[in-house]
Design a protein. Structure first.
Lengths: 97, 487
């Protein structure tokens, strides 16, 4: 399983990751070798096997949908950790432009 | 005060007898932690003021006869992917380098409620992705047994702290071996509880169906006492469970293994293991025989596929979990002209190589056209691997294997070859894939470096694993042999 440079670019785009030009080739090689290794699963007979997403079956864990206010200090710290802000509002680039 | 080799229960006893105060012992550990920042570098953040204040409170409680638990006043170190209010939580990543936690992880809340004294945060591979603690944005952590060698990972800082005596106990997290493998390479006890036993709330997620928080300690008893404090259902983690009566740890863990059936998976003793590791583990098997345990060869037929299954499921979950780190709400933002460019630049600059590799592998395996061939297939093989264990546990009570195929290797040796680093996890990943409890205990030295032996148990039968490990420890006369020379 060997990826092309175009595929590497495409995956990086999907993952919203910028790769430096000098890294692209080593990423292509590393990721290709990992994909080749994990490709061995194609040899396993999985006919009639149910997929398993969790090891401990817990289903429908529900609680009342109640708003729990957070402590004042917690709110302030969350606001303080905004990368950019105006007053205590988070500042972001326009989503639609 | 010599902290190296001191167990939490030694400290608790001496506190009880008034031989020293929590402040004395906390100062001693802080001294080692600070003294070793240039050499082993176990800690990335030492909270001296917070620790001393907590120690003074513990001393006040004790003077009034109002201790909160058997470990009240005992110091502890916390891996840097767990949130501790008001302290940085970086997960070893540049993108979170300045991030300050606004609340406590549930495990941290429980540690505080038991009166333990938090010394600081320990180093780790970025986002817990690695087996060597070399990929942290804070720089490498070194093995106290030989500072030219890695401590294992990803919880390398916690393992080193307990090994070198800069903490008697510590918390780590284990997604594919990240507690057990560094415990093995540093000569400490490391335990991964059954998935669901300990809340993951406030643990920065790597792979949510595999991650579990657990203890590092110098003795099995300490690991058990710490597990008792952190375990149990938490309404903030829907995958944490109420412990049934059968699952509860007994007051005294016991050490009678007469008649206990221990399985040796024949698939684990084929190739790739260093001779010195195999010899130490085989001597461990002999010790269990002498103790009256019944040793049986078993088969886990899908073992050869465990690592491949893990290296699909883990990056898929990681690529999804790490999508939240985009430079928008917290963490480092690299400003750009558009929102999408901001994402790309912030994530490109903020994540290190291994994090980006795994995000890319996960993104690819989950992308349209590849989902069935990779992720869906891996989830099916996951079922087969779990079924192997279920079948094996009909005949045996626990399973014994090496923890890691090698002893600690030289720094830098595997950094450019991710696949060979992944092979370090060959004996540990199946346990996470199946969600089982497993411990690593030191079982010998090879070329002067510690070797770990792994014991795996049934779902929620953590107590049998701990009992068997305890028996092994008692028969070894404790783990006093596994104290590194002064760094």
């Amino acid at each position: 399983m060997s990826l092309t440079s175009e595929e590497v670019e495409k995956i990086a785009g999907l993952a919203r990751l910028e790769l430096a030009d000098d890294e692209k080739e080593s990423f292509r090689e590393n990721i290709s070798s990992v994909l080749e290794y994990v490709g061995k699963l194609s040899k396993v007979d999985v006919e009639d096997t149910e997929p398993m997403s969790h090891s401990v079956p817990v289903l429908n864990v529900l609680r009342e949908d109640e708003a729990v206010p957070c402590a004042k200090g917690v709110r302030d710290q969350v606001v303080d950790s905004f990368p950019e802000s105006e007053d205590d509002m988070l500042k972001v680039k326009a989503v639609f432009s | 005060m010599e902290t190296k080799g001191l167990t939490a229960s030694d400290i608790a006893k001496d506190l009880e007898e008034g031989k020293f105060s929590s402040r004395d012992v906390t100062e001693a550990y802080l001294g080692v932690a600070k003294g070793n920042t240039e050499s082993t570098h176990a800690y990335v953040d030492i909270d001296e003021d917070g620790a001393l204040a907590a120690a003074d409170e513990a001393d006040r409680r004790r003077s009034k006869g109002k201790t909160l638990s058997c470990l009240d006043g005992v110091p502890i170190a916390i891996k840097d992917n767990m949130l501790v209010t008001g302290r940085r939580a970086t997960a070893g990543s540049n993108i979170l380098k300045e991030y300050v936690a606004p609340y406590d992880a549930t495990a941290v809340v429980r540690v505080r409620k038991a009166g333990l004294v938090i010394l600081g945060k320990t180093n780790m591979d970025e986002y817990a992705m690695g087996s060597s603690t070399e990929s942290s944005c804070h720089g490498v952590t070194r093995n106290p047994w030989d500072t030219e060698r890695v401590p294992g990972g990803s919880s390398g800082g916690s393992a080193v702290a307990v090994s070198e005596g800069s903490a008697p106990i510590a918390l780590g997290s284990d997604t594919g071996g990240s507690i057990r493998q560094p415990a093995a390479l540093c000569g400490t006890v490391g335990f991964k509880p059954t998935y669901g036993r300990v809340s993951r709330y406030g643990l920065i997620a790597l792979a949510s169906s595999l991650d579990q928080i657990g203890p590092f300690a110098r003795s099995v008893r300490d690991a058990t006492d710490l597990l008792r404090i952190i375990e149990g259902r938490d309404s903030n983690d829907s995958t944490s469970v109420d412990l049934k009566d059968d699952w509860v740890l007994p007051e005294s863990i016991g050490h009678d293994v007469k008649g206990l059936k221990i399985g040796i998976p024949k698939e684990y003793f084929v190739s790739g293991m260093e001779d010195g590791v195999e010899a130490a583990v085989r001597s461990g098997i002999e010790r269990f025989k002498e103790l009256g345990a019944e040793i049986k060869e078993i088969s886990l037929p899908h073992s050869d596929y465990a690592l491949a299954t893990y290296y699909i499921i883990m990056p898929c979950e990681a690529s999804s979990n790490l999508a939240r780190f985009d430079g928008i709400r917290y963490g480092t933002r690299i400003p750009a002209d558009t929102l999408e460019e901001t994402y790309r630049k912030s994530r490109g600059a903020g994540f290190g190589k291994e994090a980006r590799r795994r995000i890319m592998i996960g993104t690819y395996a989950l992308s349209a056209g590849y989902y069935d061939a990779y992720y869906l297939r891996a989830m099916k093989v996951r079922r087969l691997i779990a079924n192997d264990f279920t079948k094996a546990f009909v005949d045996v009570d626990c399973i014994l294997s090496p923890t890691a195929p090698t002893v600690a290797w030289r720094l830098g040796e595997m950094m450019d070859d991710p696949l060979s680093m992944y092979l370090q996890d060959i004996f540990t990943v199946s346990v996470n894939v199946a969600g089982l409890p497993a411990i690593s205990v030191p079982c010998g030295l090879s070329d002067g470096l510690p070797v770990g032996l792994q014991l795996i148990g049934r779902h929620f039968d953590d107590k049998t694993v701990l009992k068997a490990a305890h028996a092994f420890e008692q028969a070894s006369g404790g783990f006093t042999e596994f104290i590194p020379a002064t760094v």
